[in-house]
Design a protein around this ligand. Structure first.
Ligand code: RP5
Length: 164
């Protein structure tokens, strides 16, 4: 199976990345994570993205906050699919990173998930890899069914919780 390349702009983004790696671990999807910044270490970031395909990656997840150019910088350097995770910063509640990630100019796409939504980034990455991997597709379907069961269990108990 191809690997997911995970890049975060700072180790302060780690709580968001942990949500992604928890999902990937559960689905037994291999990944490799790095801290590379589009601003602070642009050469190292670009080098990683330029060689990602030949190094066995099938999809990139790029998480960054504030003026979040990391996902765009990744997409500029590879034709692998790039999933951006906008992360909250000290001001604007992540709106700055959301717009920086999602508003890519035509020709260089980034698939942005919601602010801090590392879990959805991981699921989308797995779904991309599962296009060519039946075993992973089954694991994804099983996870979705398990998640649905958990919601139905909450439904079954909600009247009792309201009565507490
Ligand atoms: C971005 O700036 C990082 O992705 C992080 O979300 C934000 C702040 O970085 P630190 O100052 O916490 O290192 O590049």
């Amino acid at each position: 199976m191809k690997k997911v390349g995970i890049v975060m702009g700072s180790d302060s983004d780690l709580p968001v990345i942990r949500k992604a790696t928890a999902i990937l671990d559960g689905l037994q999807v291999p990944y490799e994570a790095h801290v590379y910044s589009a601003h602070r270490t642009p050469e190292q970031a670009r080098e990683f993205f330029l060689h990602a395909r030949e190094n066995g990656f099938g999809v990139i997840i790029a998480a960054a906050g504030m003026a979040a150019h990391l996902a765009g910088a990744a997409a500029a350097a590879t034709t692998l699919p790039v999933i951006g995770i906008p992360c909250t910063g000290p001001v604007f509640d992540g709106m700055d990173a959301l717009l920086s990630t999602v508003q890519m100019p035509s020709g260089i796409p980034v698939a942005s998930v919601g602010v801090n939504n590392g879990g959805n980034a991981a699921l989308l990455a797995a779904e991309i890899l599962a296009v060519e991997d039946e075993v992973l597709a089954v694991r994804l379907a099983e996870k979705r069914a398990a998640d649905a069961r958990s919601v139905l269990e909450k439904d079954a108990g909600i009247m009792g919780r309201l009565a507490d």
